[in-house]
Design a binder for this molecule. Structure first.
Ligand code: ZN
Length: 480
């Protein structure tokens, strides 16, 4: 408990006061009959510190207590590392033209060389993150103290140039095999958020990667709900500038919003790997570092107002991006969607009845359930819907964004569905996920500019309205 300083400042101050009082009292009583008792509070505290030290030594990170916000719309977080350089102004011009906000993990050394660009990054509404001072791995990963000193040094540069102390930190080279559990824990104690990525554009895997290769890498990357893409705006990355407009347009067409990273966004983090650096963390050194990082946290507590401002900022950015994406989507060709069900039945969903977001087909729940021969009841005041299908009942809870599945009246599973949405009084759900929940499977999807088809296989006992027959196929075992 004594380590959670940043969550409870006042309590912490009280605890500190008590520690001082206890220390004085104990000095008075125990100085002469030295080390009279072993079972006092101090050895308990020391024990706690040792336990933590030993636990981190095994490479395990303590569970995080933080909560994050998942955006409703699929979102891309563009990140640019190693700048600013003379290419950064071109990147900023493109982002400005496309009305996209991004994140720049800048180096302190580069910031000193390009002060005007640091100011512009912040003024343009992008997030400035800390990427150490000089990016030299051997220094950064030889000891946490050096890493920490570089983060502080860069932060002072950013504070003097743009009046901001970035809370987001990206480890040069990423955390995997560079960070150990001590690095993670100490940065966390200081209040920083460590951010890796889930899509590497590959723009830095060797010198001068051509734009076409970066493009192929991006196109081949999985379309997750939140995509954090690693790019570089350091010198020599002309290809990144070249490919950027194409990348932005690609994700916009797929229905993605763009947002700058904040502490509210769940950070992509690699698992802790075995460090490739030989380091020795002694208990005494760990305790010193812990003190230093916790003192930093106490001195730089983010106020509630700052937090609210940051949230408001993100909400505004996302709203703008969402509107733009909606325009692009409505401009896309209106093509009916053909649904083929294994067993022969098929039906058409008119363009007005479904939407395409991030290559995902979404449609009103009622429409889908009724097409599949089920019934649905909507309880407006509870923001819940109940669907009935043969032996299955589904309860959709819009406020909790969850779906509870019942078989013969018994609750068998609860699924969370972050993608559920209420639009014009209709519950909109993703087709694939909902079919999965109903025990079926999408076996094939064709999404082209002039043709959209999905093939669905269902469990037995589903009734289809179109032919009113009971479909029996043995693809799925009951109760699986
Ligand atoms: Zn880097």
């Amino acid at each position: 408990m004594c380590f959670r300083v940043k969550h409870s400042t006042n309590r912490q101050k009280r605890v500190q006061l008590w520690v001082v009082v206890l220390l004085l009292v104990s000095l008075f009583f125990f100085t002469i009959p030295a080390r009279a008792t072993e079972s006092d509070g101090f050895s308990a505290q020391a024990q706690e510190g040792q336990d933590l030290y030993q636990k981190l030594k095994t490479g395990k990170r303590p569970q995080s207590e933080k909560t994050y916000e998942t955006p409703e719309q699929p979102t891309v977080y563009l990140t640019f590392d190693d700048g600013p350089s003379k290419l950064t102004s071109q990147v900023l011009d493109i982002l400005d033209k496309e009305n996209v906000k991004a994140t720049f993990f800048a180096l302190g050394e580069q910031a000193e060389a390009h002060p005007a660009l640091v100011k512009r990054i912040v003024q343009d509404g992008h997030t400035l993150g800390n990427h150490s001072y000089n990016h030299v791995y051997k220094e950064l990963y030889s000891d946490f103290q050096t890493f920490w000193d570089q983060i502080q040094r860069s932060e002072d540069v950013f504070a003097s140039l743009a009046d901001t102390r970035p809370q987001l930190v990206r480890a040069p080279g990423g955390t995997y095999t560079n960070f150990d559990a001590y690095y993670y824990y100490l940065m966390d104690q200081a209040g920083y958020t460590i951010v890796d990525w889930n899509v590497d554009s590959g723009d830095s895997k060797r010198v001068r990667v051509p734009a076409s290769e970066i493009w192929q890498t991006i196109k081949g990357s999985p379309l997750e709900h939140e995509i954090n893409i690693l790019f570089h705006d350091g010198s020599g990355h002309e290809s990144t500038v070249e490919v950027l407009p194409q990348v932005i347009s690609y994700y916009k067409k797929l229905g993605y919003a763009f947002a700058p990273l904040t502490t509210q966004v769940k950070p992509k983090q690699f698992p802790v790997g075995k460090p490739k650096w030989s380091r020795n963390m002694s208990l005494a050194h760990f305790q010193d570092l812990l003190k230093e990082t916790q003192q930093y946290a106490l001195a730089h507590v983010q106020t509630d107002q700052d937090q609210k401002d940051a949230e408001l900022h993100l909400a505004q950015q996302t709203a703008v991006a969402r509107e733009e994406t909606a325009q692009i989507l409505s401009a896309q060709a209106a093509v009916p969607l053909q649904v083929h069900v294994a067993g022969g039945s098929s039906f058409t969903i008119e363009p007005a009845e479904y939407q395409l977001r991030a290559n995902r087909i979404e449609l009103p729940l009622r429409f889908l359930i009724e097409k599949m021969g089920g019934q649905i009841e909507w309880q407006a005041e509870k923001k819940k819907a109940n669907a009935h299908f043969g032996v299955y009942d589904l309860e959709y809870d819009l406020s909790a964004r969850s779906i509870r599945l019942y078989t013969l009246g018994n609750s068998v599973a609860t699924y969370s569905l972050a993608d559920m949405d209420l639009q014009d009084g209709k519950i909109i759900v993703p087709l694939r996920k909902t079919i999965d929940l109903l025990g079926g499977r999408i076996t094939d999807t064709v999404i082209e500019s002039d043709k959209r088809e999905v093939s669905v296989a269902l469990r037995p006992f589903y009734m289809f309205k179109e032919n009113n027959s009971i479909l029996k196929n043995s693809l799925f075992a009951m109760g699986g």
